[in-house]
Design a protein around this ligand. Structure first.
Ligand code: MG
Length: 255
């Protein structure tokens, strides 16, 4: 594992890319309403990316389902991540994960948010709130010194204590010149991953992205080769920020 720590100048460049990510996610989130399709959101993401002088990171990423066709990943309800923008329209009561990343002046930022469309059932709202809180915990607990597994353990314990499940198949990642850099940033602790644990230190920049399911944590990939859904069809939520570890804590670069 080769972790590249970032200079203040590099963190500034990631912060600028992060400002684009934040603007795009805010605009897309505001559009998510009954009758609006996920393709309409993605068209807006593509337009904004161009207008803001950035390059989309997800479009063309190779996968089992061929190159990813969207600028953003939009995943509804039981869809966890990697939803392909389509003619599917939002309905009141849906929860929608919007994941977007871009490169600006050579540096990348990546974030995701789960939005609610209309009136969402109480238990689903709680799922969204707990997942957001799991990300907030990562921000609050991050500082130079601890091993990542110490934080991930507390985050996992919180979520499982609320009766929800933490997905194992997908994890966060280091980020910088590339969207995916070392280290891998899991939202859980597993004994077989102890050799891949890492210590938080100043200059580390990571994309932390909790994925939480209401029922079982098992997920499957749909026939399109991209869309990840919960096996039991129950809702799932996803939040992500790119954050830099600084001398006195963590700075969210996509807030
Ligand atoms: Mg990511």
């Amino acid at each position: 594992m080769a972790i590249k720590l970032k200079s203040k100048r590099e963190i500034e460049l990631i912060r600028r890319a992060g400002a684009v990510v934040r603007q795009v996610l805010e605009r897309l989130g505001a559009m998510a309403a009954p009758g609006v399709t996920t393709a309409m959101l993605d068209a807006q993401a593509e337009r904004l990316t161009r207008e803001l002088g950035a390059q989309a990171l997800f479009k063309g990423v190779p996968g089992r389902g061929g190159p990813f066709p969207g600028t953003s990943c939009i995943s509804i309800n039981e869809q966890l991540v990697h939803g392909i923008p389509s003619e599917r329209a939002f309905r009141a009561g849906d929860i929608v994960s919007i994941d977007y990343g871009c490169r600006l002046d050579g540096y990348c930022a990546d974030a995701a948010v789960t939005c609610m469309v209309g009136k969402v059932p109480q238990e689903v709202r709680r799922l969204v709130a707990v997942t957001r809180r799991m990300l907030d915990m990562a921000v609050e607990l991050s500082r130079p010194g601890p091993l990542w597994s110490e934080l991930a353990g507390r985050m996992q314990q919180y979520v499982e204590g609320e009766g929800f499940s933490v997905v194992r198949e997908f994890v966060g990642h280091g980020i910088g010149k590339e969207m995916w850099e070392d280290p891998k940033v899991p939202n859980f602790v597993s004994p077989d991953a102890s050799g891949r644990d890492f210590r938080l230190e100043e200059g580390l920049v990571i994309a932390v992205e909790p994925m939480v399911t209401m029922g079982s944590r098992e997920v499957v990939v749909e026939a399109d080769g991209w869309t990840v859904v919960t096996r039991d069809g129950k809702p799932s939520a996803h939040f992500e920020h790119t954050l830099a570890i600084t001398a006195d804590g963590a700075e969210v670069l996509t807030a």
